[in-house]
Design a binder for this molecule. Structure first.
Ligand code: MTE
Length: 305
């Protein structure tokens, strides 16, 4: 990944914003409900903010979060948001396959009718050491597990993302397309694991992974695959996109840990999008209470890279 290394990063105590300010900003409207092309969901204007997920930080400005992106299918530059607008968001289908009771393909709007949408404000920490705090609309990944009905022998959930002819980055020969990511079934069932379909009370814009992306706030951002078209259940750990490119830098687990530096830079602090303030990074990105137990039995694994 392209990294901008800055000197003189500052750590200050001004990072904490009172929770009510962040929460009161959020209207009780979800992304899907704001989508006029989704009549079935238009009545669901009461998508609630889940108060269990408090970020302890100011919400990042919408413009900052939607105009500074990583999306290598479009570009290696962060300034790709205009180019990404050409990615059509409908029709959109998701293939559910591999070790499931019955493989099938589901249309996104059919899927959205079967889940309970909510809004969660989550931190996002990129492996490149920038961070943002975003109100996502979506549903817990555990709800999708119920719909997909994996077999008891399945151990991993594998996410594959779209390869569309409008994406110029796909012709770069160096990259092992498609973008693939994966988690264990236990990680997928954890309450924090989320599928986002909106942000800032609006449909998820293409540059942020619309129409649906993974959101795993305790892991480095590259695990949060955008524009998912295929979800497969497997008993073997998948070869993931960034691990295939640089196994010594971007591992399968990628849990955030300030004490484990990336081979080429420190992970001790992060730069907040918008203010550029430098703040300390927390283990599991501040979500240790919810997820640390997932890893208590993992021996000889590089959990934090
Ligand atoms: N998903 C796809 N399909 N392609 C990508 O290049 N980049 C990842 C992740 N998901 C990426 C992706 C990385 S490195 C990060 S940090 C986040 O998306 C960035 O999400 P954002 O642009 O919404 O901030």
């Amino acid at each position: 990944m392209n990294i901008v290394r800055r000197r003189g990063w500052e750590v200050t105590d001004r990072r904490v914003t009172p929770e009510h300010i962040a929460l009161n900003r959020r209207a009780l409207i979800g992304g899907a409900a704001a989508l006029s092309i989704l009549p079935a969901l238009a009545a669901r204007a009461d998508i609630p903010v889940n108060p269990a997920f408090t970020p302890g930080r100011a919400v990042t400005g919408e413009k900052d979060a939607t105009t500074y992106n990583n999306y290598y299918e479009f570009s290696e530059s962060k300034n790709l948001w205009r180019d990404a607008q050409v990615l059509k968001q409908r029709p959109w289908t998701i293939e559910l396959g591999g070790m499931v009771k019955q493989p099938r393909t589901i249309g996104i709007d059919d899927l959205l009718k079967q889940v309970s949408l909510e809004e969660r404000i989550y931190r996002h920490r990129c492996v490149e050491a920038w961070a943002m705090t975003v109100p996502w609309t979506g549903f817990p990944l555990s709800q999708l597990l119920k719909i997909a009905e994996p077999l008891g022998s399945a151990k991993f959930v594998v996410f594959e993302t779209t390869q569309d002819k409008v994406m110029p980055g796909l012709s770069a020969p160096f990259y092992p397309w498609p973008y693939v990511e994966g988690v264990t079934i236990e990680e997928a069932a954890n309450d924090l694991a989320f599928i986002s379909t909106g942000m800032y009370g609006k449909p998820l814009p293409p540059q942020n992974g619309g129409p649906l992306r993974l959101t795993l706030p305790w892991k480095y951002g590259f695990k949060s695959a955008k524009a998912i078209v295929k979800i497969t259940f497997a008993d073997k750990r998948p070869a993931t996109f960034w691990e295939a490119i640089g196994p010594s830098e971007y591992g399968f687990w990628a849990n955030v840990n300030p004490a484990v530096p990336h081979p080429r830079w420190s992970q001790a602090t992060e730069r907040l999008l918008g203010s550029n303030e430098r703040v300390p990074t927390q283990i599991f990105n501040g979500y240790a209470d919810q997820v640390a137990a997932l890893y208590s039995n993992q021996k000889n694994e590089k959990l934090f890279m």
